[in-house]
Each structure stands twice: as C-alpha cells, then as structure tokens.
Design a protein around this ligand. Structure first.
Ligand SMILES: *Cc1c(COP(=O)(O)O)cnc(C)c1O
Length: 423
C-alpha cells in the first residue's frame, strides 16, 4: 500500500494541505513557488509551527510542574534566525561550545537563560561563558571544575551532569545515558564532583543534569532517568535534558509534547523534592516537523529499480547516513500513491541514498520533491561534500516567505584561503 496524500501531509507542519490544483501548500506558500523563487535545494521552516511547538512544551511543563523551564537544545538548529525566535518566545537555550554561544548571544538570547554544555569544553570556551555571564554551566568532568575554579571571579551557577545508567532504544550514536557513555559522571565520581563543587569558592551548585539520548519514542526511559537522578539526593534544580523522538515516517507514533511533559512531571512528583525547579531541553522535537527540504529532480534512471536523483543529498541531510533515519518524500504537485522508487542524492557515494522504497507518483526530470520533517539536525550538519553549496534557509508563514540564510556561493569557498607566501 502506498501512502495517501493525507498521510503524507500529516508529516508536514500543521496546517499544510493540498490545494485544488493538487499543489502542496505549507505556511500558506505553494512549495513549487518556493522552489522557483529560492532555487533548490532549499531548507524551509514554518515559523508559526516552531513557535506553537515551543508554547506547547512550555504550557505543558508548567501545567505538570509550576516551577519549570523549557530550554531549546540549540544544536538541533543553531542559526541566528532560530535563536531570535527562541529569544522572542522567552525560552532558554542550551549551547555546546563557543560557536553556539556567540550565535545565541547574537540572536538576542538573554545570557541568564543560556546553559552551556560540552564534554570537552576548552579553557577559552569556559572563559567566554563566564565573560558572557551565562546562567548555567554544566560540569561534565573534573577538568571542568579545575578550569572553572581557576577562571571564575564571581559566583557562577553550575549543574553536574550525571550518568543515569538508562539505555534508551535508539541509534547507538545518539544514546548518551547508558553505562560506558562518554558523557557525565557516574556513581562515586558524581558524588565526588558534588562535594568538590560544594566546597568551591565561586561555583554555586544548583543541581543535576542528565540527558539519555535522542529520537526516543516512548516515555519509559525518561521516568527511569528521573528516578536515577533522585538517588543523588535533594537539589534545587534537575535538568532532564531532551530526547523526545519525532515522527519521520508513517508507522512512528512518538508521545506528544503534552504526553512527554506529563510523563516526566509525574515521575518528578514521585521521586523529586516538590520545591525543585525542573528543566527540560527538547531539541529535535521542537523543530523537526516544522522544517522540510525541497529538491529538484535531475535524472530518473529506470532499470531493475527506479532511481530518482535530486540536486542535493548527504551534504544537506546527513541524518540518513549517520543514523539510518528513514524520511518520507513526495513530488510537490502529485501527492499520494505512485510507484516505489529509490530517492538518491548527487554525491559520489552509494551511501548517499536519501530514501529507499519511497512512493512517488510519476517522477520526472524537473519535478520539485519535498522531503518532510528535516527541521532538526540537518541545517547544522550541512557540509560542502563534492563542492556542494550549503542551501539557503527560508521561513514561511501566513502566505509569505522570507530568506533568513542565503545560499552559499562559489566565492564563499575561497574566503578562508591564505595565499602561499613561498616563492
Ligand atoms: C542533544 C541534547 C539535547 C537535545 O536532544 P534532542 O534529542 O534533540 O531533544 C538536550 N540536552 C543535551 C545535553 C544534549 O546534548
């Protein structure tokens, strides 16, 4: 059975539809028009859909636990435009390292709402964080404590990242809470770090942090995580990280933000002190469904199987080759039904397959193809493989579209070159 038009539309941002001429419309914009105006490949984000997702997390956390905060895990989509949206929505932002920190500040995020992560923070990055007066630095190892004690001149709030020993059912590369993970401190070591920070002159221990992984499709592991954190004793703050999975393909049925928040806050009621502040850090689930990628078909090769090749691929969507993520796609003006084809990219590797066995109706050269739910982790992992130009980012909403990051140009390739001084 090939999916119906309605089934495909259900993977796009809420409010998307097929108009009476058979054209896909998102944020009030016809996808074919966006491809014509901005060229392909292009990454498009429905801004209202991001904002509504942020508000859903915020409202449902507060409903389950009054003293709670939502923090966007910005590595899922680190660009000025997205930081601006988060700043306007008033939620916090977590950053991993100096690069995301400067972008968050440039996007207008209040330093007090920034949480700095990283398992290998450099002295320079910690200095930048202290200089910016970020609200929270998450300690991952004893060297973080050494460095911060050296550098801090005034009080700095910190959390200690502990290893909750929870194995979630997800791809190995994005599981982070299990025994053997490189992230956080385990058992005795966590207790030792807690004691050291408590004795420190400038570091103020606010509480604990954990993050068990990404693209997790049920709530069970998160309740185990809360119980594991409780074993370290009573603190003012418990930051539970992110990890809620999203629906990339038809059969996936992740918990909604409301269900997830209800599950973590009810676990908190069972295990954590009622006066504590809860923080959650959704990344993928905040943005994935709001984004999609448009490509143009460059060639169709019919043989034992049909290869539909497009003008992008693993340079603009690494999720497939890194984690084997399954996406879905459609021609933008012939949605639903069709034949099963292999959607491939333009890069010089067989691994550059976007989707195997995806239904497409009469794909032809020049068609615009949309891959749904590319809003998380694709922008940040864009690369120049095979000299690919990193695609533009366009925000859509209310029938209007706006370019927020321009396409890279060939000139950009030479920007960092330094002439050979030899002679
Ligand atoms: C990646 C990450 C997140 C977000 O994970 P998602 O699966 O995108 O929700 C949250 N917190 C930390 C510390 C992370 O490393």
């Amino acid at each position: 059975m090939t999916p119906s038009a309605a089934e495909f539309v259900s993977l796009l941002p809420e409010g998307s539809f097929v108009d009476d001429e058979g054209q896909l419309v998102v944020g009030g914009c016809r996808l074919v028009d966006l491809a014509d105006q901005y060229g392909t490949p292009v990454l498009v984000v429905d801004e209202a859909s991001v904002r509504s997702q942020v508000r859903r997390f915020d409202a449902s956390m507060r409903e389950g636990w009054a003293n709670s905060r939502v923090v966007f895990a910005s590595k899922a989509f680190p660009c000025t435009a997205m930081y601006e949206v988060m700043a306007q929505e008033g939620v916090g932002v977590d950053v991993a390292g100096g690069g995301e920190l400067v972008m968050a500040l440039a996007g207008g995020v209040s330093p007090s709402k920034i949480i700095v992560h990283g398992n290998a923070k450099t002295t320079e990055e910690l200095s930048m964080a202290l200089e910016a007066q970020v609200g929270t630095i998450v300690i991952d190892n004893f060297d973080d404590i050494d460095r911060l004690e050296q550098l801090a001149r005034r009080e700095q709030g910190v959390l200690i990242r502990v290893l909750p020993r929870v194995s979630a059912d997800t791809h190995e590369a994005i599981a982070t809470g299990q025994v053997g993970s490189k992230f956080g401190l385990d058992g005795e070591q966590a207790l030792e770090a807690i004691a050291r920070v408590r004795a420190s002159e400038h570091l103020r221990l606010d509480g604990l942090h954990a993050h068990i992984g990404s693209q997790i499709l049920d709530t069970g592991p998160f309740a185990l995580e809360v119980a594991a954190l409780a074993e370290y004793g009573d603190f003012d703050v418990y930051d539970l990280g992110g990890g809620l999975g999203v629906r990339y393909t038809y059969h996936q049925d992740p918990p909604s933000p409301e269900e997830w928040c209800a599950a973590v806050t009810s676990a908190a009621r069972r295990h954590l002190p009622s006066s504590a502040r809860l923080i959650v850090e959704p990344g993928r689930s905040m943005v994935a469904r709001s984004g999609f990628t448009l490509y143009r078909v460059t060639t169709v090769k019919r043989g034992s199987s049909t290869f539909v090749a497009v003008d992008g691929g693993m340079a603009d969507n690494l999720d497939v080759s890194l984690y084997g993520e399954r996406f879905e796609a459609s021609v933008v003006d012939r949605v639903g039904g069709g034949e099963l084809v292999t959607l491939v990219g333009r890069h010089c590797e067989s691994g550059d397959t976007l989707i195997r066995g995806v239904a497409m109706r009469s794909p032809r050269v020049g068609d615009v193809v949309v891959v749904a739910a590319t809003g998380a982790y694709t922008y940040t992992m864009q690369n120049n493989y095979n000299g690919a130009l990193r695609p533009p980012l366009v925000f859509v909403g209310g029938g209007r579209s706006q370019l927020r990051v321009r396409r890279e140009t060939y000139t950009d390739f030479f920007r960092r070159d330094v002439p050979d001084e030899g002679g």
